[in-house]
Each structure stands twice: as structure tokens, then as C-alpha cells.
Design a protein around this ligand. Structure first.
Ligand code: GLY
Ligand code: MN
Ligand code: MN
Length: 495
């Protein structure tokens, strides 16, 4: 049966109101209409199933952390109802959907990642009561279990509301009751927009864009400083990413014969085999593709003698992602010119990482890295007789450095993106902040302002840096960066 047929059948059988359904058998209400299904089969499907309810479940590892995060949110918006949806499935084509990924805000506050979930903070005396609204186990009496597109027979067992309560440390209710309850509710309310059109529709005459934006901004800024659980997830993501890079190096010979696709698939395979996902589309950019910053087509050849710029990050089950780039000589050895450019980027990254420490301005590491790159470009004669100071004043190095030197990292690869400028770009680093340091030099294949041998070379080195009490820690340092060490590491892996 196709999904569409399932939908048609289920529309006949599934009642609008789940409460009525339990009280009233479907057959009577629908005047005996069971399209294509005998009464005997319908009756058979209702019964004979074991009780699989799970008891005595331990709370998830981050339950204490999510409670602390919710408490901070509650303190910021006293007396207001706060609604944070996970989001819904999105259609890919006809009756197939994209893989679901819960909204960052919802996962951050609950530790849950299931579609259609909604966290509601209800204002009460002295704070808020938090409730999670979820789709419960499928009803077997009314046929939903096997006839609805989201019935558990088709998509797999869900947690019961009781199980979810034990796991998440939150009271859980049926999400199908929520839109009506929200529509009838009174008092100030804010919703995180962009994830669940149905929930937003229920609140449409009660919210304003400005007030909702304040909620989004708060939840973005709350994530600027990571707690211990988040830091351990980011470390896990970096370690898993390193395994993916190692696998890629091991198959580079095969990739030569095929394409960047082989590299993309190899990294993804490692992520999946380890139980993870990827946090963004892997950039597998060989040869001149390395000069395209977000090269995700990954359909080009991988040739010996060229460089492979691999920018990829594993996302853990708890939705924390790494964001790591290594630029590797496909045949295992840098040419002298490749190494000259690589060493310049490495030196810039070293200067950038050294500028990451508590009390430093967020902009400092960018400025430090840009200065080194400008010095190199001047030294190589690519900027005429201009001084480094003049180049930096005019920003002329940016023709080849192209992008900012880093960004916040966490559940989103470009994390905390809704934070205000004063809290982020114009802010000051403090322990617990995690960011990337990722300088690069890119000489486009058609850049007539550089000597021909430079054209088509792109180098970026990217690591994930945690600000600590006394400086920083490189979470992705499992992977070598220095050129000799990269070559030795590759030789070791290729055996
Ligand atoms: N992977 C995207 C970035 O480095 O920002
Ligand atoms: Mn990055
Ligand atoms: Mn990256």
C-alpha cells in the first residue's frame, strides 16, 4: 500500500478528536465503512498485542542541564507563556519527507528530538511550569496504529507519554490537544517561529514578530557559553569527525579514480556507522574547487598532485556538530608552492588560535590571522609595493582571504546566529565559548592578478576552539595541522 492509500484509508477511520475515538468504536461512527478492510481484519488488528510499556527509565544524561536552561529562560520572561516547537516533517516529494531534525531551540531546552513536539512554559507564581507536548503511542482501537501515515506500524514505536516523562523529567501531554488550547488561551505569549506552522496559526492573533524575535535572540545568546554537557558533546563530535577524516585518507587512492563523491560518501559512512549524522553538507573540494568556499556539489575529479580541501563535521545524536577543515595533498606530499601557501595559512591559524582567550575581543583572532595573511601576500609580491598596514587599512588581502576567520559553534554549525552584535561580533570571549578558527587563502583559477602557478590553489585549516579559564583548548587537535605532520599522518594511514 502506498502512503497515499494509507492516508485515504486513515482519513476514513481516524477521528478528529482522539478522546471521542476511545469512547466510540470507529466502525459505528463511520456507518460500517472500512474501505477494503474486512471487519474480521479490523477486529484482528485491534488486539493480540503485548503491553510493551517501559517502566523505571533513567532520565537522559542532560536532563539536569535542560532544566537549568529552562530556568534561565523562565527568569528572562516572567509571567509569559513561552512556546518552543520542534518542527514538523517537510515534504521532499509527493509522499516522501526529508529526514527530520528537531529545532535547535527545542532540543536545547528539552533534550528531545522528535517531530511535532512542543515545549510550553506556562507562567505560574514564581516562575513557569514546563510541559512537553508529544505525539503519544498510536491508538490500536481506532486503527491509527496501522492505517495512519504516522502510525507506529509504519514509522516505528514511539515513547509513550509516561516514558517520555521519565526520560525528559517533564510532564508530557498529547500534542494534538495543544493547538486548540493555545487558541483559547489568554495572557502574553511568545513562540519560536519558523518551525511549526500549525502552532503559529493557533497563536496568530496573540503574538507579535518583535516579541517573538526577542525570544529567539535570547535562546541564541543563551547558547554562547556552553555547559559541561555541551562541551563533552562537542569533543565527541570532533573525535568522530577525526575518524571520518582518517577514513577519507585511507581511500584517497580510490577517490582519485572516481570523484569527490567518494570522499563525501566515505565521511558520511563513518558518521552513520558511529550512530551520528553530519552537521552540514560536507565540502569535498579537490583541485580548483577548493577556491569555492561552499563547494558541496562534490562531483569533480580528485587528481594526484592537487590539494583536497575537506570541510566536514559530524553531528552527534544530541545534535552538536564539529566543523573541521583539512587541506590535504591528494598524493600525500605537498609541492613546494602548495606548502608555501599552506604554511602561510597555518601560521595565520596559529596566530588566530593564540588570540582566543578569556577577555579577548571576539574580533581579535580574526585580526591576528588577517595580519599574518596580509604579510604573506605582501612578501610574495601580490600587492605591489603597498605596506602591510595599508593593505589591512584598505582590506585588499580579502581578495584572497574571502571570509571571516571563524564563528560560534554548537548545535548549529554557525551557532548563536540570532545573537545581537554586541553579544557576539562585538562581544568579549569568556570560558565556555566555542568557536572555529579557520583562515584560508584562495587563488581562483581565473585570477589574472596572481602568477599562473598560484591559480586554482585553495587552502583552509579549521579547528574548533574552546575558551578555557586560562586560554583555550583545541577540541579538534586529534587531526594534525602542521604540514610535515600532515604528510606523516597520511603516510601512516595509507600504510
Ligand atoms: N563549514 C562551514 C564553515 O566552515 O563555516
Ligand atoms: Mn566554519
Ligand atoms: Mn567548515
Amino acid at each position: 500500500m502506498s502512503y497515499k492509500e494509507r492516508q485515504i484509508v486513515s482519513e476514513e477511520l481516524i477521528p478528529e478528536n482522539p478522546e471521542t475515538a476511545e469512547a466510540e468504536p470507529v466502525k459505528q461512527r463511520k456507518n460500517g465503512l472500512y474501505p477494503g478492510i474486512s471487519d474480521e481484519l479490523a477486529e484482528s488488528m485491534r488486539s493480540g498485542w503485548a503491553d510493551t510499556e517501559l517502566h523505571g527509565l533513567e532520565p537522559i544524561a542532560q536532563a539536569g542541564y535542560t532544566a537549568t536552561r529552562r530556568a534561565a529562560l523562565s527568569a528572562r520572561f516572567p509571567g509569559e507563556r513561552l512556546v518552543v516547537p520542534a518542527g514538523n516533517l517537510r515534504t521532499r516529494s509527493n509522499d516522501t519527507e526529508y529526514a527530520f531534525r528537531a529545532s535547535t531551540e527545542y532540543a536545547y531546552l528539552t533534550g528531545d528530538r522528535t517531530q511535532d513536539g512542543v515545549l510550553v512554559l506556562e507562567p505560574v507564581e514564581g516562575g513557569h511550569d514546563a510541559t512537553i507536548y508529544l505525539l503519544p503511542r498510536s491508538n490500536r482501537d481506532n486503527g491509527e496504529f496501522w492505517l495512519d501515515g504516522q502510525g507506529e506500524l509504519w514509522v516505528g514505536r514511539r515513547h509513550s507519554l509516561g516514558e517520555a516523562e521519565q526520560l525528559l523529567g517533564l510532564p508530557a501531554k498529547d500534542v494534538r490537544e495543544l493547538p486548540a488550547a493555545l487558541a483559547e488561551s489568554t495572557g502574553p505569549v511568545r513562540v519560536v517561529r519558523g518551525h511549526d506552522a500549525g502552532i503559529e496559526a493557533a497563536l496568530t492573533d496573540k503574538v507579535t514578530a518583535e516579541r517573538d524575535e526577542e525570544l529567539r535572540v535570547f535562546l541564541s545568546e543563551a547558547r554562547l557559553v556552553k555547559d559541561a554537557f555541551e562541551i563533552s558533546e562537542l569533543r565527541k563530535a570532533c573525535d568522530a569527525t577525526a575518524r571520518g577524516f582518517e577514513d577519507v585518507v585511507k581511500v584517497l587512492d580510490k577517490a582519485e579514480a572516481t570523484s569527490e563523491r567518494y570522499i563525501e560518501g566515505t565521511f558520511f559512512l563513518r558518521a552513520r556507522v558511529d550512530g551520528n549524522d553530519i552537521g552540514y553538507g560536507s565540502i569535498c573540494a579537490a583541485g580548483p574547487h577548493a577556491t569555492t568556499l561552499h563547494w558541496v556539489r562534490n562531483d569533480g575529479p580528485v587528481r594526484p598532485g592537487e590539494l583536497l580541501l575537506l570541510d566536514a563535521g559530524v553531528e552527534t545524536e544530541e545534535l552538536y556538530t564539529a566543523d573541521v577543515t583539512r587541506t590535504l595533498p591528494v598524493n600525500g606530499s605537498f609541492t613546494p608552492l602548495q606548502r608555501k601557501i599552506y604554511d602561510a595559512v597555518y601560521e595565520a591559524q596559529e596566530a588566530g588560535i593564540a588570540a582566543v582567550k578569556p577577555g579577548a575581543a571576539f574580533r581579535d583572532f580574526h585580526d591576528a590571522a588577517q595580519r599574518v595573511l596580509a604579510e604573506k601576500l605582501v612578501e610574495w609580491g601580490l600587492l605591489g609595493d603597498l605596506t602591510v598596514e595599508k593593505v589591512l587599512e584598505l582590506g585588499l588581502q580579502r581578495r584572497w582571504t574571502l571570509h571571516g576567520t571563524g564563528h560560534m559553534l554548537g548545535m548549529d554549525v554557525h551557532d548563536c546566529a540570532a545573537a545581537r552584535t554586541e553579544a557576539y561580533v562585538d562581544g568579549v570571549l569568556e570560558p565556555g565559548v566555542c568557536l572555529t578558527v579557520e583562515p584560508g587563502l584562495y587563488f581562483q583559477a581565473d585570477d589574472l592578478t596572481v602568477p599562473e602557478e598560484y591559480r586554482g590553489i585553495g587552502v583552509r585549516i579549521e579547528d574548533d576552539i574552546l575558551v578555557t579559564e586560562d586560554g583555550n583548548r583545541n577540541l579538534s587537535d586529534t587531526l594534525p595541522r602542521q604540514a610535515d605532520e600532515v604528510e606523516a599522518w597520511m603516510a601512516g594511514l595509507k600504510g
